[in-house]
Ligand binder design. Structure first.
Ligand code: ADP
Length: 255
């Protein structure tokens, strides 16, 4: 794979109280830098803005109030990018920040603009770091989850691979936290109603994250000819192994 989009979620990047898991982030940055050094074009989609803003603001948990969550995102996005910028710079890489709203990936004009900018950044050897702009997005108009955002981005720039790092090592035959008999599915060739059903079904689609949005992402990605893998963000070398084509997690193949 030459062009690889990596999506990391808040649960991978932050401890429960919102403090950044620096050791884990460091390992992710190091693996991405190493692949970039090997000539791969790397794009990072990172959540974590609200989480990273909690500690600096003295909040003990994610505020229920939307305006306070957006305030937390405003502070946290800076914290997050500062950290990425510093870590990637240590490995000799330059990063560029892209904050998106839903209109950016749906309206034709912004879509083309986004594609051109991303391609320019990659040509310049920059590692784009993308997130939804949580500060201005009004709840109803949000993309809502970086799973589908990362799949849209992967489609727009015709990536070869989308890797979604999660707190679980892939898609199981049913939710392993409620069913101890569940087993890991290592390959999905076609996404059907049943695939959505084992991911929690349409009922959980209103919430953000979870397996359901990852199946939605796989649908978008594979329809655009992009391979997608769900793997554990808690393991030290998931990125390196997947980029090498190893069998890790769940692989969704395009038709
Ligand atoms: P992230 O924060 O990494 O984006 P989430 O924690 O939102 O991911 O979603 C992953 C969780 O989805 C798992 O930890 C698991 O509890 C739940 N889940 C529900 N159904 C399944 C399934 N069929 N296979 C794997 N995980 C599932």
């Amino acid at each position: 794979a030459k062009r690889i989009v990596i999506k990391v979620g808040s649960s991978t990047l932050c401890y429960e109280k919102g403090h950044l898991n620096l050791e884990r982030i460091e390992k992710i940055v190091r693996q991405i830098s190493d692949l970039a050094n090997q000539g791969k074009e790397m794009i990072l989609v990172s959540s974590g803005a609200v989480g990273a803003g909690l500690a600096p603001l003295g909040f003990k948990e994610r505020p229920r109030d939307i305006v306070l969550r957006q305030a937390s995102a405003a502070v946290g996005q800076g914290v997050l990018l500062h950290m990425y910028e510093r870590m990637f710079r240590e490995y000799g890489h330059t990063v560029g920040q892209i904050l998106l709203t839903r209109a950016d990936s749906t309206s034709r004009h912004s879509y083309l603009n986004l594609r051109n900018t991303l391609n320019a950044l990659l040509r310049l050897g920059v590692i784009p770091i993308i997130n939804e702009n949580d500060v201005v997005a009004i709840e109803e108009f949000k993309i809502g989850d970086n799973d589908t955002l990362s799949a849209n981005v992967a489609g727009i720039i015709e990536a070869d691979l989308l890797l979604i790092l999660s707190d679980i090592d892939g898609l199981y035959t049913s939710n392993p936290s409620t069913n101890p008999e569940a087993t890991l599915i290592d390959e999905v060739l076609q996404i059907t109603d049943e695939t959505y059903a084992i991911a929690g079904g349409a009922g959980s689609s209103i919430g953000t994250g979870g397996m359901y949005t990852k199946i939605k992402a796989a649908h978008i990605a594979t329809n655009s000819g992009v391979h997608m893998v769900i793997a554990s963000g808690e393991k030290d070398d998931s990125i390196r192994l997947v980029a090498k084509g190893g069998v890790v997690g769940t692989h969704f193949k395009p038709l």
